[in-house]
Design a protein around this ligand. Structure first.
Ligand code: CMC
Length: 429
């Protein structure tokens, strides 16, 4: 079949014939790589219509609410797999056999401890430091501890880095929490599952072992699964861009952590809970919904809307179920959770939100679940980072596997001044 082409004309004059590339699904892409040589760049701040890479990892159809990892639907994975199985799938491209799964769990379990000296890094932070600040610093510092796997051209070493990161993130995340509340760090336990172990490191104290409820461990595992990857989002693109220069994986993942921190991205779950606290009572929900609709008010309903999902967020559908399960199981009475449920109802029925396709997203429900589990708000984005680490590693590894990989270097539309005469300061004359 003849290759499709797009023709670009400027003022009626044809300047380029551009190949159109088709993936296995999703929009076709116009290959504009030769355009620079014709004297033009394309302009797309915010990457609204720009594919920055080819990828085989995750497919999203935002209009239809589809999310698949390596071809497996997210709701199947959330209901039928556990987080480490999803990690294996993301990193290796296929579901594991029982033996492969057992080996993988064994590898991750045996990498969960961190170098004892890493603990000293925390002492450098003020106890009231945001745990995301600690995570950025400590994850970056891993490159100074694990030198033996920094040859990024060697896939085995890349995978070993990914295993270490997936294994150590819960330990580091829990250490950040323990440090912030002045409790001793709790070592990982190899007899627990990934999610159970995280809850153990968060809530056990030397005087008393935390008894992990199976419902909460399952909810935690689902939160991990539903945040594991989301194709070329801001933090993943940050990891790819950082990695495109050949930077080491720990530095790249630290860059991803930093990018995730913002309230429009991973910080939304924390911002959502802060907003619920600000609303405070069901009687004030209408007032805040009115503010969200008021163009002159910058206030937005945190946990609502998504750049890609303009129908519904499939992760939110699973998360909503889990959220209601957890609240029922725990029989929690919390006015903030009442506010959340009232907000969900109003927003789902209000024409403004319906017309603009603003549905509760995954972070709306995950925030509520995390609060019900007893995890403090400041840890929400840390948990997102922990879960997303496998996605970041998978994309970083994929990028380095692809031949002809170039450093990421966007262009710009320069709108500043030019050719001004520079007058030195009198003291420099
Ligand atoms: N509350 C009220 N109005 C909203 C909201 C909201 N949460 N989100 C979007 N809108 C309005 C916005 O004012 C705009 O209206 P108009 O067309 O009249 O100017 C319209 O909806 C489109 O918004 P946009 O900002 O152009 O959409 P976007 O695709 O650039 O932004 C978003 C997506 C997620 C940044 C945005 O919806 C938002 O700020 N949501 C709240 C933060 C949040 O929950 N983020 C987490 C996303 S899920 C986790 C993740 O994957 O990172």
């Amino acid at each position: 079949m003849a290759e499709s082409k797009a023709t670009l004309s400027v003022d009626g004059k044809e300047i380029a014939e551009l190949p159109i590339l088709s993936g296995t699904a999703g929009n076709d892409v116009i290959d504009i790589r030769t355009l620079g040589s014709k004297g033009y760049f394309t302009y797309d701040p915010g990457f609204l219509a720009t594919a920055s890479c080819e990828s085989e990892i995750t497919f999203i159809d935002g209009g239809k609410g589809v999310l698949q990892h390596r071809g497996y639907a997210i709701d199947d994975l959330a209901k039928k797999a556990d987080y480490l199985e999803v990690c294996y799938i993301l990193l290796n491209g296929k579901a594991p056999s029982q033996e492969e799964y057992n080996d993988f769990v064994n590898i991750i379990t045996n990498h969960t401890m961190v170098h004892e000296q890493l603990a000293h890094f925390f002492q450098g932070f003020r106890p009231d430091a945001h745990p995301m600040a600690m995570l950025c610093g400590v994850v970056g510092a891993l490159s100074s501890f694990y030198h033996d796997d920094l040859d990024i051209a060697d896939r085995n070493q890349r995978l070993r880095c990914a295993h270490r990161l997936v294994a150590k993130m819960p330990t580091i995340a829990a250490m950040a929490y323990k440090y912030s509340i002045g409790q001793p760090f709790v070592y990982p336990r190899n007899d627990l599952s990934y999610a159970e172990n995280f809850l153990h490191m968060m809530f056990s104290v030397p005087a008393e072992e935390y008894k992990v409820s199976p419902t909460l461990a399952r909810a935690m595992d689902r939160i991990f699964i539903l945040h594991a990857d989301h194709e070329q989002n801001a933090s993943t693109s940050t990891v790819r861009l950082a990695g495109s220069s050949g930077a080491n994986p720990y530095a790249c993942i630290a860059a991803g952590v930093a990018s995730l921190w913002g309230p429009a991205h991973g910080g939304a779950n924390e911002a959502c809970l802060t907003m619920l606290e600000e609303i405070g009572d069901v009687s004030r929900v209408d007032e805040f919904v009115a503010r969200a609709k008021d163009k002159s008010d910058p206030f937005r309903l945190m946990g609502f809307g998504h750049r890609v999902y303009k129908n519904f967020d499939p992760r939110a559908t699973v998360m909503r179920e889990t959220c209601h399960e957890v609240l029922k199981e725990l029989g929690i009475q919390d006015p903030l959770l009442d506010v959340a449920m009232a907000l969900e109802k109003v927003a789902l029925e209000d024409p403004y939100f319906i017309e603009k396709k603003l549905y509760p997203n995954v972070d709306f429900y995950s925030g509520i679940i995390l609060k019900a589990i007893g995890i403090p708000t400041s840890m929400f984005t840390v948990i997102f980072a922990l879960s997303r680490t496998v996605g970041w590693c998978s994309h970083w590894d994929e990028m380095l596997t692809q031949p002809g990989q170039k450093i990421g270097r966007p262009r710009q539309n320069y709108t500043g001044e030019l050719n001004k005469e520079f007058t030195p300061l009198d003291s420099h004359k």
